[in-house]
Design a protein around this ligand. Structure first.
Ligand code: SF4
Length: 431
């Protein structure tokens, strides 16, 4: 669907619209045509005396059939529609093989730099003082550039959670930036302004910060520290071998626990490091259609669960994250199937925790998803501006999703801590 087609359609109906009113109607017409897969001409059938107010009301009622009557007017977010085919995601399967690799002088002799040189001998290697601007103008080309660097500042921080959410006391180490998977909802596509993969070579400096820090355990038996905020924790682990340093470090500190958060099956490093009771290997899991159609290049559920079983046999505990839960026609049956496959496959007594969080995103991310994945289905849900300025399903829809999934998980895995991630305390209190 072309933007100018929609603009022509809207102006054909209401030729005297000002720019802002036109923008709102164009946005609504676009979202309805995409969601319902109907020709533009069917969206606003002729009506005598049609004006902006009546057109907008009809379009809002059709775009938000569940929430139109109950949502506040200021919860409908109708920004300018911007489509740009040059920004579309590249979904051609390909191995991770960066064309240009920058290595900071201060880490050029580290084992990671040496492994990178051996693994990508065909790449163009450049030494940098850390001040060179690296990366591509396009997010979709981020895998072409790899930077091996020495992290100087951002070692350890409390999870930023979301403003006003019921936090869980998580702590983050930022081991890497950028990911080779292509999940349509990934916040990195809006957040990452340096379009390259960044891997720090000074993990020991990250770990050194942990000993002096104060943590709280929150809902859990011990404080939790984890990686995987700005990348997938294991997707590059065969190269980085961070697990070889992290596992022994935490084995010697049983009062803490560390979580690797992943969708990958790249578990060779964990298996080689030997099991460790206070290291949790955690997989994001989802309904089958979401994994297949939205989480591009990721292993399917069965492969993720097989990897989980292997690391559990090696002596690690497991975590799972139902995040993001996507609400669509029939979603409950699909999520119940995922829970059933987990129940049939996994060693239940090894599961330490399971989080649940419905799909949410910033306003800016909505526009990025729309531009990069023009055929996406995830934005067809009814998203409203919510308590923290993010876009979420309505409270009623979220409560319904949690009231279905959380008790199901608690019944199926009674030993695991099941908790909500980044949720409004008013919603959390009803679960
Ligand atoms: S696995 Fe995580 S970091 Fe990687 S693309 Fe998906 S959401 Fe983003």
């Amino acid at each position: 669907m072309q933007l100018n087609e929609i603009e022509t359609y809207v102006l054909g109906l209401l030729p005297k619209l000002g720019i802002n009113k036109q923008r709102e109607l164009v946005r609504l017409v676009y979202e309805i045509a995409k969601r319902e897969d109907v020709p533009l001409a069917e969206i606003l059938p002729f009506e005598k005396n049609l004006n902006f107010e009546s057109a907008k009301k009809r379009l809002l009622a059709r775009r938000y059939p569940v929430n139109f009557k109950t949502a506040r007017k200021d919860q409908f977010y109708l920004p300018k529609l911007e489509l740009d085919s040059t920004q579309e995601a590249d979904l051609t399967p390909r191995p991770f093989s960066p064309k240009t690799i920058y290595i900071e002088t201060s880490v050029k002799d580290t084992p990671l730099a040496q492994r990178v040189r051996a693994a990508f001998a065909q790449a163009d290697f450049k030494e940098t003082d850390g001040k060179t601007q690296v990366g591509s103008p396009h997010f979709s080309k981020r895998l072409d550039t790899l930077l091996i660097h020495r992290e100087k500042y951002d070692f350890l921080k409390p999870c930023p959670c979301s403003c006003g959410s019921a936090g869980c006391g998580y702590n983050l180490v930022n081991l890497g930036f950028g990911c080779r998977f292509e999940c349509e909802y990934c916040f990195l596509q809006q957040y990452q302004n340096l379009h390259a993969v960044l891997l720090p070579a000074n993990v020991e400096e990250f770990l050194a910060k942990i000993d002096g820090a104060k943590f709280r355990a929150g809902l859990f038996d011990r404080p939790r520290i984890g990686s995987g905020e700005f990348t997938d924790s294991l997707v590059f682990d065969d190269l980085t071998q961070y697990s070889a340093q992290i596992v022994p470090f935490f084995r010697a500190r049983p009062h803490l626990q560390f979580e690797f958060k992943t969708k990958s099956t790249n578990i060779g490093g964990l298996l080689a490091a030997g099991g460790c009771e206070n290291v949790v290997a955690a997989w994001s899991v989802n309904a089958g259609p979401i994994t297949q159609d939205v989480e591009h290049f990721t292993p399917n559920l069965t492969a993720r669960l097989q990897a989980a079983c292997e690391v559990a046999r090696a002596g690690y505990r497991l975590g799972f994250h139902f995040d993001p839960v996507v609400i669509y026609e029939g979603y409950q049956q699909d999520y119940a199937r995922t829970v059933q496959e987990m129940a049939d496959t996994l060693p239940h007594n090894k599961i330490a925790w399971i989080s649940v969080g419905t799909l949410r995103f910033s306003r800016e991310l909505k526009k990025r998803i729309e531009m990069r994945f023009t055929k996406n289905r995830i934005l067809d849900g009814e998203f409203l501006l919510d308590f923290d300025g993010k876009m979420r399903y309505s409270q009623a829809q979220r409560i319904e999703a949690y009231q279905f999934l959380v008790p199901l998980l608690r019944r199926t895995f009674p030993h695991a801590v099941v908790y909500l991630c980044m949720e409004d305390p008013a919603v959390a209190s009803k679960i």
